[in-house]
Design a protein around this ligand. Sequence first.
Ligand SMILES: [Zn+2]
Length: 162
Amino acid sequence: MDRLWAPWRLAYVTAAQVPPTDCIFCDPSAGRDVDLVVLRGRHAYVILNLYPYNNGHLMVVPTRHLAALEALTPDEQVELMQLARLSEMALNEAYRPQGINVGINLGKAAGAGIEDHLHVHLVPRWSGDTNFMTAVGQTRVLPEELGATAARLRPIFERLAQ
Ligand SMILES: [Zn+2]
């Protein structure tokens, strides 16, 4: 059998699969007392935002280190939306919000805090809470600790994912 020897391609594939060591989304449990991940899928996971805009602020994150929707495989695209759907259902069950902001910031100019690793925000909303955009970078008073939020959401996600 003839084989095309393409070492440059191997190097490219290998480089693409080695995540940077300082990416918090590639290693979301590193250096944390509290596990913020509430659901792990095959190609993506759901994690609490360490600096939430509101109680229950979630992010759906592809496991692979990639910066844009363009880089997603079809399987990753499907699972990202499946986990966003489960997140909507879990937030509605746990918090009964009056609305949910679902959004992606691509690039620094668009407001991405971490621009190298794609993530989808889900922020539960109540009428009268602070505006989503003006809340960025400000200190909010949150009545619920992150550990309590994770403990509350994890069993809901586990049931919904079955
Ligand atoms: Zn990463």
